[in-house]
Design a protein around this ligand. Structure first.
Ligand code: CMC
Length: 433
């Protein structure tokens, strides 16, 4: 019996093929399936084998809950649809970091704190010149966000909550600035300094699209759309990039280096690179007349339908439903309802949602299928799509890293393996091989 709760302790009993048995504690969260604590297994000299972590919870967390079968996503208990409707990204950032929605006063103070960190060190700007102009902006992001590690030696004690808070504010403030600089460098325009009288999202659009010689007034519909994209991408529990950040952080690495590792993991087309890959795919299909053949190629396993499928969602991605609505709003605002690529995307969506191949495999459009179309309508170039994802996800990485750092029993992450290489053998010198 559990003395504190007065509950009967639940266990799972595992019997090995040699008859040895072990009782493994079962744990329940607030929501979601129970887990079996297999930590004691190594005492028997065996490990579990779970490539790609289909059945493994790597940590406990209070931040985000996903029910992939029901299509639910909650940040700190709040459904994503409600937060996206509220539409203030920094309010969501506060929620993810602190665990509660802020009062109006606390939100104002938080916004002020983030805003005070939007500028980057003048020396950091010089890093950009080391990159080729045609470098992929995600390559620049990995490098320059990692380079922040070299600027804040005096406040990088990861065991000090004040230093951690400062690092979180710096990352939230500076990642959009670095992202916009990556874009400006790519197109050969001067960097635009942040404007602290603007909101977080307005400021980002300003740094992306303003030029020193013109006045720039952000369009409120487009601001709202980007705010939504950031909110929808803010956190997604233990996905590949967040797990990477946690693993890097578990060694005691500094937060800026950890974020760079997250950005690297996000870049791949199976993860954050999917929005770029989805749009490239639409451009490659090119015409509605080619959709049927493309779908056949997917069914013949020659291609993947980018922007479809998800490791966790085996139902409609709740973020995709919100993004779909935003997609219509933005295309209407931009007068792009008859846009060829959008029509093609809708055709693809309809076929995939009604074809037994996709229904049987529970392959639904994910958030990135629609976010690519929205970002394109906002005038954001395709190679910046994953960068936008990284800007939105920075808060998730930061909040998850911070949560891990406050754990009293934090240990370095160290998966084991099933070795399938050569057995022991003796070295033979080259003249005898
Ligand atoms: N197009 C065609 N078939 C697919 C796709 C797809 N996008 N995704 C999965 N399948 C098929 C797969 O071939 C397999 O079929 P079968 O049972 O006949 O072998 C079945 O569906 C199950 O696939 P899986 O590979 O076991 O699924 P997974 O959970 O390992 O993969 C995924 C998840 C997201 C990597 C994959 O669906 C994918 O590559 N999708 C395209 C990339 C994409 O849109 N990623 C963004 C995810 S949302 C953003 C984020 O959160 O990062």
């Amino acid at each position: 019996m559990d003395k504190e709760l007065g509950l009967k302790k639940r266990v799972a009993t595992l019997t090995l093929d040699d008859g040895r048995q072990i009782e493994l504690p079962m744990m329940s969260g607030t929501l979601g399936p129970d887990v079996i604590d297999i930590n004691a297994l190594s005492k028997l000299g065996v490990f579990t084998y779970d490539p790609a972590f289909f059945s493994t919870a790597s940590c406990t967390s209070k931040i985000t809950f996903i029910d992939g079968d029901a299509g639910l996503l909650y940040y700190r208990g709040f459904p994503i649809e409600q937060l996206a409707q509220g539409g203030d990204f920094l309010e969501v950032c506060y929620l993810l970091l602190e665990g509660e929605l802020p009062t109006a006063e606390k939100l104002m103070a938080f916004k002020h704190k983030v805003t005070m960190h939007t500028m980057v060190h003048d020396q950091l700007m010089k890093f950009f010149n080391g990159f080729r102009r045609d470098a992929h902006p995600m390559a620049v992001m990995v490098g320059v966000v990692g380079a922040l590690s070299a600027f804040y030696h005096e406040s990088m004690d990861i065991n000090n909550p004040d230093d951690r808070d400062l690092a979180c504010m710096r990352l939230l403030g500076k990642v959009p600035t670095i992202a916009a600089m990556a874009y400006k460098y790519h197109i050969g325009q001067p960097f635009m300094y942040p404007q602290n009288n603007l909101t977080y999202v307005e400021n980002f659009l300003h740094m992306m699209f303003a030029v020193p010689s013109e006045e720039y007034v952000p369009n409120p519909i487009l601001v709202k759309a980007l705010e939504r994209i950031f909110i929808l991408h803010a956190d997604h529990e233990q996905n590949a990039s967040t797990s990477t950040v946690r693993l890097a952080g578990s060694s005691g690495a500094n937060p800026y280096a950890c974020m760079a590792s997250g950005i690297a993991a996000l870049w791949g087309p199976a993860h954050g690179g999917a929005n770029e890959a989805a749009l490239n795919m639409l451009e490659e299909i090119g015409d509605i007349a080619h959709v049927a053949q493309f779908v056949q190629d997917v069914k013949d396993k020659k291609r993947l339908l980018m922007g479809f499928g998800h490791r966790v969602y085996k139902n409609m991605d709740p973020r995709a439903s919100v993004m779909r609505d935003t997609c219509y709003e933005v295309l209407k605002e931009q007068g792009l309802e008859n846009d060829k690529l959008f029509k093609l995307a809708m055709e693809l969506e309809q076929i995939a949602l009604s074809d037994p191949y996709f229904i049987e495999r529970k392959l639904y459009p994910n958030v990135d299928f629609y976010s690519g179309i929205v970002l394109r309508a906002l005038g954001i170039p395709t190679n910046m799509f994953t960068v936008i994802f990284a800007v939105g996800r920075t808060i998730g990485w930061v909040a998850q890293w911070n949560e891990m750092m406050t754990e009293s029993n934090r240990k370095i992450g160290r998966p084991r393996q099933l070795y399938i290489g050569a057995d022991r053998r003796d070295y033979i010198s080259t003249d005898k091989r």
